[in-house]
Design a protein around this ligand. Sequence first.
Ligand code: ATP
Ligand code: MG
Ligand code: FE
Length: 346
Amino acid sequence: MNILGIETSCDETSAAVLKNGRVASNIISSQLIHKAYGGVVPELASREHERLIVSIVDRAVNEANIQKNDLDIIAATAGPGLIGAVMVGLCFAQGLAYALKKPLVPVNHIEAHIFSGFIQEDPEHQAPEDNFISLTVSGGHTMLCVVDNDLHYRVIGRTIDDAAGEAFDKTGKMLGLDYPAGPLIDKLSKEGNADFHTFPRALTAQSRTSKSYRDNFDFSFSGLKTSVLNYINNHEPEFIEQHLPDIAASIQEAIISVLVEKTVAAALKYNIGAISVAGGVSANSGLRHKMETSCAKHGIRLFVPKAVYSTDNAAMIATLASLKLSRGLVKPNNYDVAPFASFEYS
Ligand code: ATP
Ligand code: MG
Ligand code: FE
C-alpha cells in the first residue's frame, strides 16, 4: 500500500510517501522567509505553502519511484496549526484525493508527533509492545500522555502557559539569536557551563514556593522567560555577550531538567517501562542525553525519533494514518479543520 502524507501546519512544507509502512521519501522545505520577523508570520506561511506544495508533492512521489495513480491513500494534517497554513495542505490533499478517486485521511499533527518515534526506517524505531509515557515537546505544545497499545492516550499534564520550544525561541530572541533559537541554544550550550546561573524550574519539587508539586505533571515556562529578561536587564551587554554560552547552557538546563524530572516521575508513578519523546525539542542534544541517563538509571526503555522526524515532517503524518488504518481506527473522508488541539477527528 502507498500512502502520501502532507504536512503544512506551520512553517515546514512537507510531503512523504510510505510504501507498505516504510518511508520511501520525505521531502521537507523549511520556510526561511520568517527569520527577518523573529517568528512565524501566519499569512506569509500560507503563501509559501501555496507556492511550494505542488513541487514538494511531485518530488515526494518521484523520489518514491511511483506515479500519483499508484497512491492508495492521501493523508494530510488537519490541525492543530496555523489555520491558513493547515487549509493549504488539506485543500490540496482534498483536491488530489478527488482527482485520483482515492480516500483522504485527516491526521492530527500532535498525535503524529506522539508516534514519530516509531516511524519505520531502521529496526531501532519499533513501536513498544506495551504502554508508554509520551512527552511531546514542540513549538506550540508541551504534553505528557499515557499511551496504551490501542493507540489511545490520556493527557496527564501539559503546559499552563508557554511551550518548551517557545521557551527556547523566546529566551533565545532576548539573547539576540535568530528564529528558531532552539537549535542555536543547543549548539551554544555545548561550550557553556550549565551551572553558571540557576534559572527557575516551575511546578517541580524544588520550585521556590511552599506548595509541593511532586505529583503534578503540568509545566510552566513563562516565569523562566521573565527571569531571563530580568537577568539580561540587570547585567551589562558586554557581560551577556562574553557569557553567552554559559547563559544559553543555564537556560537549556532549566528547561530540560524539568522535562526529564516530570517524564521519569510519570513513568514511575504509572509503573510504565517505556518513554517516548517527540516534537522539535526532542532534537535537543542535552535533553536526549539527560533523558537517556535518567532512563538507564531507572531501567526505562527510551524511544526518540531521528532528528529529521523530531521537527515537522510528512513521514509522521503518513505513518500515523498507516498505523490507524491498519488497526481499523480511522474512517477516511470524515474530517474537519481546527487551529486548536482537538483529538476527535477519527
Ligand atoms: P507544534 O508541533 O506544537 O504545532 P511546531 O510544529 O512549530 O509546533 P516543531 O516543528 O515540532 O513545532 O518544533 C519546532 C520547535 O522545536 C521550535 O521551537 C524549535 O526551536 C525547537 N527545536 C528544534 N530543534 C531544537 C533543538 N536542538 N533544541 C531545542 N529546541 C529545538
Ligand atoms: Mg517549524
Ligand atoms: Fe509540530
